[in-house]
Design a protein around this ligand. Structure first.
Ligand code: PLA
Length: 424
C-alpha cells in the first residue's frame, strides 16, 4: 500500500492568536474619505430619487457615466492594430507624454520647442502630484514647504504630506463675497519665505469654482517671480472651465512665457472621461535639453520603486486622440459639450432657487467655473439633504454640477430650498 498523507491532526497545531493580541489590535479605524466616502454612502441608499453630487465625475443628460465617442473611436483604432501588452518604459508612452505636454504648454511654447520640458506619464492627476511631491522633496534645493489654497482639493494635503513636504496654506476664497480673496492671496504670497513652493489650480478651482481673472493671473505671475516662489500647477480640468483647452491653459502658458520654471500635474480623467484608466502626466520646465535629460533620469528613479511603470491602455487612447486630427476635433467638441451642459445646469439651478424664493444670494452658482459649485450650504444642511432627500454631496457644501440633469434638477432645487428654509 502506498503511504497516505499524514492526517492533519498530527500536524503541530499553530498557535491561534486571541483577537486582542493581534498584531494590528492598536490600528484605529480611519475616517471615510471626504469625497469618495460620499459615493459609498450613495451606493448604500436604496431610494429611487437618490442623487450623487459628491465625486466630480461627469454624467450625461440622463445621469449616466459618459464614454466620449472620440474615446470609443480611439479604442477601435487601437484594437485594429492589435498591439502587444508589454511593459511601458518607466516614464510612460513617449507619444503620449509628448502630446500631453503640447496640449498643456501649447505648440508654440519656447521650452517645448527647445526640448526643455521633462515629462513623464503618471497614474492620473493624483499620481502626477505625488511624483512631483517626491521629486521636490528630494531635489528642490530650498525650503521644503508647499503652500496650498484655503480651501483646496482635500487630497492635496495628504499627497504632499506623504511626499515629505510641509504643507501650509494661503488665503484664496472669501466667504463674504463668495469670490476670490485676491488681496488676502497676494498678502500671503508676499509674506512667504523666498523659495517656497506654491500650488496653483490652473483652472476650475476645486472646490470653490472661483478662478483668478487673466489680469489677476498676470499680477500673480509677477509677484511669484518677484518673491522667488516656485509655482506648481495642478491642471485637472483643462477644457472643463471654459470649454476650450487653450483658454483654460492661459495661466500656465503665461507663467511659462514669463520665464517661470513651473512644475505641472495633468489629468485626463475629466477632459477625456478616462477616470478609471488613470491617465496623467507630470512635467518640469528645464533650462535646456541637457537639463531636461537629467531631470527625466531622476523622475524615473522616483517612479521605479513606486510602481515601476504606468498603465498602458489609457495612455494609448489619449495619445491616439491627441495625435489624430479628426479625433482631436471630435474630442474638442465633446469637451465643449460637457462644459456647456454644466453651464446650462448652473443657469437652471439658479433660476429654480430664485423662483422658489430660497433665502440668500445665489448668483455664485452661475458665476462659478468648472465641475463644481460651492453652494454655501452648511454641513448640517448637507446632512439633512442626505438623510431626508437622499441627495449626497461633500460636507463643505460642494456639489458636482455634472450630477444634475433635466430629470433631477427640479427635485434637487426644491430639496435645497426646503433645507435652507429648515422645512425638510
Ligand atoms: N487635482 C484636483 C484639483 C482634483 O480635483 C482631482 C480630482 C485630482 C487632482 C486628481 O484626479 P485624478 O487622480 O483622478 O486625475 N478630484 C475629484 C476626484 C474629481 C477625487 O477626489 O479623487 C473630486 O471629486 O474632487
Amino acid at each position: 500500500m502506498q503511504a497516505i498523507a499524514r492526517p492533519l491532526s498530527r500536524v503541530a497545531p499553530r498557535q491561534v492568536r486571541a483577537a486582542a493580541l493581534s498584531t494590528w489590535s492598536t490600528v484605529p479605524a480611519g475616517p471615510p474619505d471626504p469625497i469618495l466616502g460620499v459615493t459609498e454612502a450613495f451606493k448604500a441608499d436604496k431610494d429611487p430619487r437618490k442623487i450623487n453630487l459628491g465625486v466630480g465625475a461627469y454624467r450625461d443628460g440622463n445621469g449616466k457615466p459618459y464614454v466620449l465617442s472620440s474615446v470609443k473611436s480611439a479604442e477601435d483604432l487601437i484594437a485594429l492594430e492589435n498591439p502587444d501588452k508589454e511593459y511601458l518604459p518607466i516614464s510612460g508612452l513617449p507619444e503620449f507624454t509628448k502630446a500631453a505636454a503640447k496640449l498643456a504648454y501649447g505648440a508654440d511654447s519656447q521650452p517645448l520647442k527647445q526640448s526643455a520640458i521633462a515629462v513623464v506619464q503618471s497614474i492620473s492627476g493624483t499620481g502626477a502630484l505625488r511624483i512631483g511631491g517626491a521629486f521636490l522633496q528630494r531635489f528642490f534645493p530650498h525650503a521644503k514647504a508647499i503652500y496650498i489654497p484655503t480651501p483646496s482639493w482635500g487630497n492635496h494635503t495628504s499627497i504632499f504630506r506623504d511626499s515629505g513636504l510641509e504643507v501650509k496654506q494661503y488665503r484664496y476664497f472669501d466667504k463674504k463675497t463668495v469670490g476670490l480673496d485676491f488681496e488676502g492671496m497676494k498678502a500671503d504670497l508676499q509674506s512667504m519665505p523666498p523659495n517656497s513652493i506654491v500650488l496653483l489650480h490652473a483652472c476650475a478651482h476645486n472646490p470653490t469654482g472661483v478662478d483668478p481673472t487673466p489680469e489677476q493671473w498676470v499680477e500673480l505671475s509677477s509677484l511669484i517671480a518677484e518673491k522667488s516662489l516656485f509655482p506648481f500647477f495642478d491642471m485637472a480640468y483643462q477644457g472643463f472651465a471654459s470649454g476650450s483647452t487653450t483658454r483654460d491653459a492661459f495661466a500656465l502658458r503665461h507663467f511659462v512665457k514669463e520665464g517661470h520654471q513651473v512644475a505641472l500635474a495633468q489629468s485626463f480623467a475629466k477632459n477625456m472621461g478616462l477616470y478609471g484608466e488613470r491617465v496623467g502626466a507630470f512635467s518640469l520646465v528645464a533650462a535646456d535639453e541637457e537639463e531636461k535629460k537629467r531631470l527625466e533620469s531622476q523622475l524615473k528613479i522616483v517612479i521605479r520603486p513606486m510602481y515601476s511603470n504606468p498603465p498602458l491602455h489609457g495612455a494609448r487612447i489619449a495619445s491616439t486622440i491627441l495625435t489624430n486630427f479628426e479625433l482631436y476635433s471630435e474630442w474638442e467638441a465633446e469637451v465643449k459639450g460637457m462644459a456647456e451642459r454644466i453651464i446650462s445646469m448652473r443657469a437652471r439651478l439658479y433660476d429654480n432657487l430664485v423662483s422658489l424664493n430660497t433665502p440668500g444670494e445665489w448668483s455664485h452658482i452661475k458665476s462659478q467655473i468648472g465641475m463644481f459649485s460651492f453652494t454655501g450650504l452648511t454641513t448640517p444642511q448637507t446632512q439633512t439633504l442626505a438623510e431626508k432627500a437622499h441627495i449626497y454631496m461633500t460636507a463643505d457644501g460642494r456639489i458636482s454640477m455634472a450630477g444634475l440633469n433635466a430629470h433631477n434638477i427640479d427635485y434637487f432645487s426644491e430639496s435645497v430650498s426646503k433645507a435652507v428654509k429648515s422645512e425638510l
